[in-house]
Design a protein around this ligand. Structure first.
Ligand code: ZN
Length: 302
């Protein structure tokens, strides 16, 4: 194949595999190494990880939560955000939950505004310096309606390919994705473009000592988890890479899929990073019952 033909061939294949091309792995980027002087290893810095339940419980078919498994079984799930706190109180929030407009429109059972949960932990708004968007489904990005105002010191981290899909790609408005979008949340994020408050991530990125964003696509084009060092060892707030912890044990992701092959590779990446017991899923009701309760609707995972 001539050089020209080869280029044309690669181009054609990339187009043919559309969604897969979006989710392909990109080289690791460590923002901290260049702009914030963060080192990835050799430090004993560790974090506390909390799950904050902001809505639920909701009944779902198990077959939606674990792909093609248990069509006649129901399972209860919750909606969460997470807080990762360092010794000095500086806090990274993972996801934003649902903002007031969406909560009002859909009348979510058991809804508590996420910012109220954060304050139950004694975290002051100015201590929140980073907010990681794991992916842009309504229950994770919806709080962008008011988070930039609620947390004036926070920078918002999103994978560039995730942003491009939900904000710019018309496919995300078609039937299989439509119900998962929330334009007001996406707008809150898009409004930050051009300011230093939004960080577009491409691949993995160290954002604090012993805190790393991990690109783990499959559920969405570029979902990311947050890997941290804790007293329990390495742990990952893996969000909807699994709805429930059982997914990691049984190797069965949920029924909401953009690329199952890529998703299983993300499972390999997560398992290489932390023990399965320390991969915290996105919607598991057990996260609220099987861990020490530290405040109403809040448990400490690690
Ligand atoms: Zn979710």
């Amino acid at each position: 194949m001539s050089e020209m033909n080869r280029r044309q061939f690669i181009k054609t294949v990339s187009v043919a595999f559309g969604a897969a091309a979006i989710t392909r792995a990109v080289p690791a980027v460590a923002e901290g190494k260049t702009s914030e002087g963060v080192k990835s290893s050799g430090s004993q810095v560790s974090y506390e990880v909390f799950a904050l339940k902001y809505a639920g419980p909701f009944e779902r078919k198990l077959a939606m939560i674990m792909f093609n498994t248990g069509w006649s079984e129901d399972i209860a799930i919750n909606y969460y955000i997470w807080a990762i706190r360092s010794k000095d109180g500086e806090t990274t929030l993972v996801d934003t939950g649902t903002g007031p407009t969406l909560a009002r429109e859909r009348g979510f059972k058991g809804f508590v505004p996420p910012e109220q949960l954060v304050s139950r932990l004694g975290i002051k708004p100015e201590q929140v310096t980073k907010v990681v968007l794991t992916h842009l489904h309504f229950d994770h990005v919806g709080g962008m309606e008011n988070f930039p105002q609620l947390y004036p010191n926070a920078k918002f981290y999103v994978q560039k390919n995730e942003f491009d899909f939900w904000v710019n790609n018309p496919i995300s408005k078609r039937a299989p994705f439509k119900g998962l979008r929330w334009d007001l949340g996406n707008k809150g994020l898009a409004d930050l473009v051009g300011s230093p408050r939004i960080v577009f991530v491409e691949g993995d990125m160290i954002i604090r000592p012993n805190m790393e964003l991990l690109l783990t696509p499959g559920h969405t084009p570029a979902l990311q988890g947050v890997s941290v060092n804790t007293a329990k060892g390495p742990a990952v707030v893996a969000s909807d890479s699994a709805h429930i912890a059982r997914s990691y044990k049984d190797d069965v992701p949920s029924g909401l899929i953009v690329d199952m092959v890529v998703w299983l590779k993300s499972y390999d990446k997560l398992r290489a990073k932390a023990p399965v017991a320390n991969l915290f899923p996105g919607h598991d009701a057990l996260m609220l019952t099987d861990y020490p309760k530290v405040a109403e609707d809040i448990t400490q995972l690690a």
